[in-house]
Design a binder for this molecule. Structure first.
Ligand SMILES: [Zn+2]
Length: 274
């Protein structure tokens, strides 16, 4: 594992902290639901080298290594976090409608501040991507850092939101929180590395591509965002319940799209970890 001794954002070596891989508010949102508490479920992390029962949202197992200082991970990014949380609070409250209409109007979430808050939302995503890159031994681009610092528009990252109804289908009792594999592409022409990856919160995936100047489009003046939709018909007739989840466990674990992806699920309290 990468043992970075300084903050990848500002270079400070003091008070380094570990950012959550999936936002803690998501764990809180699901973990604290009384129905899950009553079922006696625990967070469960699956990964290449085994699975771990996680005791709760503060566990180090769901955090990146400590490579962000407490200033960058604190007040410098507080507004990013707030904007991200507003988006997902709205998403959870309106999930059925959004899945049907495949659009989100940022005005409904952020009202007349939608332009600046949407930039803050993207800054949260770029911060997450940067953590993912540094975790794997790479670095965010200068443009990504400049974007976080408010100096530049975002040029080097393309962010796409994709609805995944099959994930919703898979999650009647068990909302998935997952991070996909970080893919590395070698651009032979430009002699640069490019990256792609995703994370999924319930039925919504945040997918990204990191490539120099991929995002040259000027900022949209339209608050209506069209969402992509990816579905898998093999799940369409499936009902996963707490009674049959154990039969599905192996399929869910296989269903990871890559060796270093991570899924966080609620599983039965007494289920054995492997
Ligand atoms: Zn810092």
């Amino acid at each position: 594992m990468q043992t970075t001794q300084k903050c990848w954002w500002c270079g400070s070596t003091k008070n380094l902290t570990g950012e959550h891989k999936i936002k803690k508010t998501h764990f809180d949102y699901f973990y604290n639901k009384s129905e899950y508490k009553e079922l006696g479920l625990k967070l469960f992390k699956s990964r290449e080298d085994g699975s771990i029962i996680i005791q709760g949202p503060k566990s180090d197992f769901i955090k990146f290594p400590k490579f962000l200082c407490n200033v960058c991970n604190g007040h410098k990014s507080k507004l990013f976090d707030d904007s991200y949380d507003m988006f997902f609070t709205y998403y959870f409250d309106n999930e059925i409608k959004i899945l049907a209409e495949k659009t989100v109007d940022l005005c409904d979430i952020y009202q007349n501040q939608w332009e600046e808050k949407w930039i803050l939302f993207k800054k949260y995503i770029v911060k997450h991507i940067s953590c993912r890159l540094v975790e794997k031994g790479f670095k965010p681009t200068h443009n990504m850092i400049n974007f976080l610092n408010g100096i530049d528009d975002l040029f080097d990252v393309k962010i796409v939101l994709t609805l995944k109804p099959y994930a919703e289908q898979l999650t009647l009792n068990f909302p998935p929180l997952s991070i996909g594999r970080l893919f590395t592409h070698e651009n032979m022409i430009k002699n640069e590395l490019e990256f792609s990856g995703w994370f999924t919160i319930k039925s919504l995936s945040v997918e990204y591509l990191v490539q120099k100047n991929i995002n040259q489009k000027s900022i949209s003046s339209n608050s209506l965002i069209k969402l992509n939709k990816t579905d898998y018909s093999s799940f369409s007739s499936v009902s996963i319940t707490k009674e049959n989840i154990i039969n599905w466990q192996y399929i869910l674990e296989d269903y990871q799209f890559g060796s270093d992806s991570m899924w966080f699920h609620y599983y039965m309290r007494n289920m054995k970890s492997v």
